[in-house]
Design a protein around this ligand. Structure first.
Ligand code: HPA
Length: 273
């Protein structure tokens, strides 16, 4: 594992010396955003030997280096998920690489199911905290001491100052913004209604199959983290409808324009936070 990230980092550095300040992960349906920024370099995950490559339809696989409103960023168009069969260490490798490339801050986005009955499909939810107890920790195994300590603190995973900037952006743009706790499952199956009732009782507002493990790996190495979910559907049992990946992707696409407006304001904001 040790060698894997060092090796990947070297390969990226051979292709670009770009220094991002913010790493951004684009979730389901939101990946097209990377095509619209001022690009300096694009590196396909496939070009990096030893790098995990997504197998999910709707998830592309490349790093885009460039500027959003003059802020140097690295975007991940597509991420890999635990349910694809990668180890948690592999799943978070791209996050660690973004940190090692210079990104001190991380903005995670995803598609999620709404557990909180006050939410509506299409809402944006800023993540204020998370429940990662149902998936293995990405920090299991020998601790890479160069990255962070063995027992890292997780008392403020989502950075308070960055959250405030996101609230201010949403307010200024007139975009309604929910807030809540994100719970990660391994997937790939969607939840049963009984599982959703359990998650609600545990304090979760939204559920998805990514993000929490990435936030842990980022905090481990001292990156400051923010997260925004697009509530693409109400969770199992909340709505009568069966859930489908197609529906999740479609809602992601429908909300992509608004999401882009939010991101473009959020990025310079959190850069200063
Ligand atoms: N459950 C889990 N993951 C999801 C969902 C959901 O309802 N919607 C989008 N990602």
């Amino acid at each position: 594992m040790d060698n894997q990230w060092k090796n990947c980092l070297e390969q990226i550095r051979r292709k670009t010396d770009f220094q991002p300040r913010i790493g951004i992960v684009l979730g389901s349906g939101l990946g097209d955003y990377g095509d619209q920024i001022q690009k300096e370099a694009v590196i396909s995950y496939r070009e990096i030997e030893g790098f995990p490559v997504s197998t999910v339809q709707g998830h592309r696989g490349q790093f885009v280096f460039g500027y959003i409103k003059d802020v140097p960023v690295v975007l991940m168009q597509g991420r890999v998920h635990y349910y694809e069969g990668y180890s948690m260490q592999e799943v978070v490798l791209p996050i660690r690489l973004m940190g090692l490339l210079g990104a001190g801050k991380l903005l995670l986005t995803n598609a999620a199911g709404g557990i909180n009955t006050r939410f509506t499909a299409g809402d944006f939810m800023m993540i204020t905290d998370q429940i990662a107890t149902f998936v293995p920790s990405p920090l299991i195994g020998p601790n890479p001491q160069e990255l962070g300590e063995r027992f890292p603190d997780m008392s403020e995973i989502y950075d308070g100052k960055m959250q405030q900037k996101i609230r201010e952006s949403a307010r200024a743009l007139g975009i309604p913004l929910q807030e809540g706790v994100y719970l990660q499952t391994s997937g790939p199956q969607y939840e049963s209604p009984a599982e959703i009732r359990m998650m609600r009782a545990l304090g979760a507002d939204a559920v998805g199959m990514s993000t929490a493990c990435e936030a842990i790996a980022a905090r481990h190495m001292g990156m400051r983290v923010a997260g925004i979910s697009c509530i693409t559907n109400m969770a199992s049992g909340v709505s009568e409808e069966p859930l489908s990946h197609q529906e999740v992707e479609e809602m992601g696409r429908i909300r992509a324009v608004e999401f882009r407006r939010l991101l473009e304001d959020v990025v310079p904001g959190i850069d200063k936070a």
